[in-house]
Ligand binder design. Structure first.
Ligand code: PA5
Length: 445
């Protein structure tokens, strides 16, 4: 079971902060469990690992099998909460180099997560001569980036297979009943999967949003849901000593109140990079409002110890560091002996890479704490599908609790509309004429 180690924050937290936070934690917990807090319409994820739709789950597995059997590649179109979780899990469990590996499962290309023309062309090029399918994921169905990308890839698919066969290769994950994508899917006979009404994008990785691409990559999604369910039960216990999400939320809340402004999530494995991206959206969108919230950042160790390490050790003391320790590696690599020993590293000969990485972790921990950066350690028992299911639910639950402790609605994101309004106006969307004039005047000085 995942475990939170708080011994390296002790010099930085206020005395008895846990006791002082017990009542607010209980209130936040009750609000999540009973759907009585701000944004309670979006707490469907709280009991999802127990209550998920078994029929749809079976359809996800069947669709994944079909895609594995008829496609060399799956194009996954989505952005933000409709993208990051799937990529995080796939890279973490199957490698950031998944597409380059020898394997029996299809390549997975994530697109529609930006507006880069060259990125789009690159995916088109990579698909040349390949059988492929599309999973388009958008709760609203009208988000610009994925909707634009879907136009290109749908056309490519229809040109390759004809409209009828293409329709059998398009899987739409969207609202149960409403929206542009749902309408298009129904009109064209695409198989559809549901983003539940009561689950917002950034909390949706354990729905079809994340599960279909994850299953196509060959990950055991039954094990993932079991891990998430076990963590759901753990997080339902209203007791600080037994509830890792309470422990994490209370620690970061007290550190924030003590003047810390930035939380860096770190892991010692490059495959964790997109889990960090997923976490950043989860915490950034949930807490960053009403001029509040820790700014979520991330680093990849040990690589970033050679770049960001300087700032972490000696820059402004507004940081906290949360390190995910992922457990033992799947492989064993022992450092070879070198006769010449020009690099002076023969003292490492015969030592396993995991051992060396662990000593780097321990050395860094001591240095950063000594330098004034409190460290929260999250110990995963094992980085497999079950363990990642636990981790995903743990972060989600702690995020909901954290939002309520901060007294914000952790399930809305009103701030993301500002750029969209301006972009639509500048692109000439009907209805935005006045704003367009105003913005053009500003841009032209
Ligand atoms: O967390 C969120 O709500 C957002 O990141 C959305 O998931 C993202 O904007 C994509 O929205 P949609 O799924 O409607 O295309």
């Amino acid at each position: 079971m995942l475990q939170v180690n708080l011994s390296n924050i002790l010099p930085f937290v206020s005395a008895d902060y846990q006791a002082a936070l017990t009542a607010p934690l209980q209130t936040a917990h009750d609000q999540l469990q009973n759907a009585t807090g701000a944004g309670s319409d979006f707490t469907g994820w709280v009991h999802l690992p127990r209550d998920y739709d078994r029929d749809e789950f079976a359809r996800i597995k069947a669709a994944a099998k079909k895609i594995q059997s008829d496609s060399d590649a799956l194009v996954v179109i989505g952005i933000g909460g409709s993208y990051l979780g799937a990529r995080g899990v796939i890279e973490c469990l199957c490698s950031a180099n998944y597409n380059l590996k020898k394997k029996s499962t299809p390549n997975i290309y994530f697109t529609g997560n930006g507006l880069s023309s060259d990125q789009l062309s690159e995916v088109v090029e990579l698909l040349e001569g390949r059988d492929f399918s599309i999973n388009v994921i958008s709760k609203s169905g009208t988000t610009t980036e994925p909707a634009v990308a879907f136009r290109f890839f749908r056309q490519l698919l229809e040109d390759k297979y004809g409209k009828e066969e293409a329709a059998k290769r398009i899987y739409a994950t969207t609202d149960r009943a409403r929206g542009a994508l749902k309408t298009l899917a129904d009109e064209n006979g695409y198989e559809t999967f549901v983003v539940p009404d009561d689950v917002g994008g950034r909390y949706s990785v354990l729905t079809a949003v994340g599960l279909l691409p994850i299953a196509v990559a060959g990950v055991d999604i039954d094990a993932m849901m079991s891990g998430a369910e076990a963590m759901m039960e753990q997080c339902a216990v209203a007791e600080l000593a037994a509830n890792p999400a309470w422990q994490y939320a209370a620690a970061r809340y007290d550190l924030y109140n003590g003047g810390k402004k930035i939380e860096i999530l770190a892991a010692y494995d490059p495959n964790f990079r997109f889990m960090c991206e997923w976490w950043k959206q989860l915490y950034g969108e949930s807490e960053g409002k009403e001029l509040k919230g820790l700014f979520p950042a991330s680093v990849e160790f040990t690589a970033d110890l050679h770049s960001m390490g300087q700032y972490i050790q000696q820059g402004e003391r507004t940081l906290i560091e949360t390190v995910v320790r992922m457990g033992a590696s799947a492989t064993k690599n022992v450092v070879p002996f070198d006769e010449v020993n020009g690099d002076g590293l023969n003292f490492l000969a015969g030592k396993d890479m995991d051992f060396i990485n662990t000593q780097a972790m321990n050395g860094t921990l001591l240095a950063h704490v000594e330098g004034g950066v409190p460290n929260i350690i999250i110990n995963m028992e094992k980085c497999d599908a079950y363990g990642l299911g636990e981790l995903v639910y743990f972060f989600e639950y702690a995020c909901g609790i954290s939002g309520y402790l901060l007294n914000v609605n952790p399930f809305d994101q009103p701030g993301v509309e500002a750029y969209k309004k301006n972009m639509f106006a500048l692109l000439g969307k009907p209805g935005y004429e006045a704003l367009r004039e105003e913005l053009l005047a500003k841009l032209n000085g």
